[in-house]
Structures are given as structure tokens and as C-alpha cells.
Design a protein around this ligand. Structure first.
Ligand code: SF4
Length: 415
């Protein structure tokens, strides 16, 4: 029994959970007010935000059950050979903490992960028991996201899916070679098998629900996964290919990316520097292109440079447009939605507003200016009632002409 105070263990185990990106936002600059200047922080841990299936943003208590671990994944601060301070909660303690934060209106749910303590089955039993106490003893109806341990028995993963809203299994690294080298206790086939089992159970439960209203739910918010970027030598092309394969094979709701960050007492097999944070952001943008903009994985991969990496200075949508200029200009008064979604600077909302507007009038450049952050950036790629780019689309210096500052680039997808 760990006799240190609950709040001390909470600080250790909330801090240890911050490395899991499964509900993190990406691309945020690190800021805090620890020196007494300003107010607020982007570096806090303990409470994170996720989105419910209906789009609501919900705040979650994000903690580990324990940061003890019998595995030795090189990239992980909680690995067996790390000398971090260790702590452990019981399932009852996590349930009590969740309820007490919930009653104080701090959170609307729980995100619970864990290091592997004693065995995979023992750890999974503890995670499931936490959710069981909340659901069955307290009739807790808030959101629960459980990390599942792929090496645990399928019956335990099944129990997790019956209690949690979302279940996730981390694939950790994009390639089998990377996993073998950096996470020697983990097995890619076992991870895939466990994800496949969850997918089948989710599909079955959805089918049953269509037939019988009383059919039990199974992870109604689906399953997700996380990949660490930059710890092995995998290129962006390899990462996009792996993510796309996972979406197709296991119908994942999300693939999260976590830029590898050097940890204290790091193993010698790891890189000394973290990859630029913008790389993680570019991968999230490529993920959006596939999920919401109708791009195939192969097309997004085609936006990469010869070394297999997405350009860091421009977003992948612009990189693709610059590479495939024969697909432009697109006539904003006639083009189908899928072609409009390929125009750099036109986001989903802007495209839908444009399509609604053109039902009533002919769209001119000034109309587009009201829908986008900068009409100058989209002009080379479109034809409007009063605008044709003529030779602009094919200019060799087009990238230099329209490449915005890094900050504006982040906003291209917000249009
Ligand atoms: S299994 Fe690997 S990644 Fe997970 S806590 Fe243990 S060492 Fe870290």
C-alpha cells in the first residue's frame, strides 16, 4: 500500500500521463505563468480535453493508475530502467478521485492509462475494476476512456469495451523494425490482433443496437491509437501509410501523433533532439486531409519531398497543390465540392458557404475574400466571375509568392 498522500501521488501520476497524446491538442506553443507574469498555462497536466461523438468538448481527469512498469520501452519515462519517482493508485482511489472532481464540476470524465504492473492481465484487471466501480457502484454516466493493454486476455479487453466510452491501444511506433528496436517487450502482431478484436466487438455492438434498442453498448466512442513521431527513423510517408492502414483495418476514430521528447536518463539508442513540433502538426494536417478533405493516403504521401518528409514550411495541402498544378485553377462557380476542397486556403466551412452562396449568385473574388483568411493565397488556384490567374498558377516562383508566415500557415485549415 502506497502511504504517500493522495495529492502527492496525483501530481506524480498526472504528470506521468502527460506523455500520452490521445486527447492532446497539437502545435500549441509552451507558455506558462509560473514566473508570476500573466495568467494561465498550456503546460498543465491532470485535466485534458476530448470531443464526444456529438462534438461536445469534455474535460477529463487524465492520470495513470501507476507509473510502475515491467516493460522497458526506450522512449518512455516510465520504463523499468528509468529512475523516476514511482506511485500507484488503487482502483477505488481513482474512482473516488474521479467522483470528487466530477462533483466539483472540474471534469466530465476520466482518461485512465497505466504502466504494466505485475502482468498485463493484472494491470488490465485493475483498469477494468476502476471503470466497474464507477459505472456499477456509482452509476457514473460520465465519459470514460480506458487505455487497453494489447497483451491482456481478450475477455479483459471485452470488459473494458463494455464499461468505457472509448478504448485505445497504442501502436507506439510506425514500423515493426522501430517497435522491435525501441519497445522490445511489445509485439506488433499482438497489437494488431487486439485492435482487430476491439473493432469486431464495436461493429457487432453497433449492429445489435440497430436491431435491439436494449443491446449493450461497446466503446460507443470507438477506438483510437497513438504513434510516437521522431523516436525511430520512420519518414512521414511511412507514418501516413501506417495511419491509413490502421484507419482502414480497424475503423479507428483517430490516430494521434506524439512528437518524441527526450527524457531524463534517455537510452543511447534514442535521438538526442526532439523533432520539430511543427512536424507533428503537419502530420495532423495530413490526417485531416484524408479524413475530411477526400484525399487518398497516396496523394498526401505525394506531397512529401524526395526524403519522404512533408515540407515543414508549408502545409501538405499547399504542397500537394504546388506539385499538381495541372489540377488548377478550379472554377469556384462550377467545380464540385471535392475539387473546391483541394484549393489551398479553402477549408470545409468556407467551401460549404461558397456552395450555398453560388446557388443564389455568381461568385466573385470579393465574395471569396469574405470567406477566407487571405484571398491572395487562393487566387493562383481559382477562377471566379471576375478573376482568372492566367500564367500565375504555373509561375516557378509561386511558392515564394504565396508562402505565408508560419502562423498564417496554421490558420489555413481554419478557414
Ligand atoms: S509499456 Fe512501455 S510505453 Fe507503456 S508504460 Fe511501460 S515502458 Fe512505458
Amino acid at each position: 500500500m502506497d502511504r504517500r498522500s493522495l495529492s502527492h501521488r496525483l501530481s506524480v501520476l498526472a504528470d506521468a500521463a502527460k506523455y500520452d497524446a490521445s486527447c492532446a491538442s497539437s502545435g500549441t506553443a509552451k507558455r506558462n505563468s509560473a514566473n508570476g507574469k500573466g495568467i494561465g498555462s498550456t503546460e498543465g497536466m491532470g485535466i485534458c480535453h476530448a470531443y464526444a461523438p456529438d462534438g461536445r468538448c469534455i474535460s477529463l481527469l487524465k492520470i495513470l493508475l501507476t507509473n510502475l512498469c515491467i516493460f522497458d520501452c526506450h522512449y518512455c519515462i516510465n520504463r523499468k530502467s528509468s529512475n523516476v519517482e514511482r506511485a500507484r493508485f488503487t482502483p477505488q482511489e481513482v474512482a473516488d478521485l474521479t467522483l470528487s472532481f466530477y462533483r466539483r464540476n472540474y471534469i466530465e470524465g476520466l482518461f485512465l492509462s497505466s504502466g504494466i504492473v505485475k502482468s498485463s492481465n493484472h494491470t488490465m484487471e485493475q483498469l477494468v475494476e476502476t471503470a466497474r466501480i464507477l459505472r456499477e457502484e456509482h452509476d457514473f454516466r460520465g465519459y470514460i476512456h480506458l487505455k487497453a493493454i494489447p497483451e491482456a486476455d481478450p475477455e479483459l479487453l471485452d470488459a473494458a469495451g463494455r464499461l468505457a466510452d472509448r478504448v485505445s491501444i497504442n501502436v507506439e511506433l510506425p514500423t515493426q523494425a522501430g517497435l522491435t528496436r525501441l519497445a522490445p517487450d511489445k509485439s506488433a502482431p499482438q497489437i494488431e490482433q487486439a485492435m482487430g478484436g476491439l473493432k469486431d466487438a464495436i461493429v457487432e455492438a453497433k449492429d445489435a443496437k440497430k436491431r435491439f434498442r436494449s443491446a449493450p453498448q461497446f466503446a460507443p466512442a470507438g477506438q483510437s491509437t497513438q504513434m510516437i513521431v521522431g523516436a525511430d527513423g520512420a519518414s512521414d510517408v511511412a507514418i501516413i501509410g501506417r495511419a491509413s492502414g490502421l484507419y482502414q483495418a480497424h475503423r479507428l476514430r483517430r490516430v494521434y501523433y506524439s512528437a518524441f521528447s527526450p527524457i531524463p536518463d534517455a537510452s543511447a539508442v534514442l535521438p538526442l533532439k526532439r523533432p520539430p513540433l511543427i512536424r507533428e502538426h503537419r502530420l495532423y494536417q495530413s490526417d485531416w486531409l484524408i479524413r475530411f478533405y477526400g484525399y487518398g493516403a497516396r496523394e498526401v504521401q505525394d506531397a512529401a519531398e524526395a526524403d519522404g518528409m512533408l515540407p515543414l514550411d508549408i502545409d501538405p495541402k499547399l504542397a500537394w497543390a504546388l506539385r499538381f498544378r495541372e489540377r488548377f485553377p478550379v472554377d469556384v462557380n462550377r467545380a464540385p465540392r471535392e475539387a473546391l476542397l483541394r484549393v489551398p486556403g479553402l477549408g470545409v466551412k468556407a467551401v460549404d458557404a461558397l456552395i450555398a452562396a453560388r446557388r443564389h449568385r455568381t461568385v466573385r473574388l470579393a465574395d471569396l475574400a469574405r470567406l477566407t483568411v487571405s484571398v491572395a493565397k487562393i487566387r493562383p488556384f481559382i477562377v471566379a466571375a471576375d478573376w482568372r490567374p492566367t500564367a500565375l498558377t504555373d509561375r516557378v516562383d509561386l511558392k515564394a509568392l504565396i508562402t505565408p508566415s508560419a502562423q498564417e500557415q496554421l490558420e489555413l485549415f481554419a478557414a
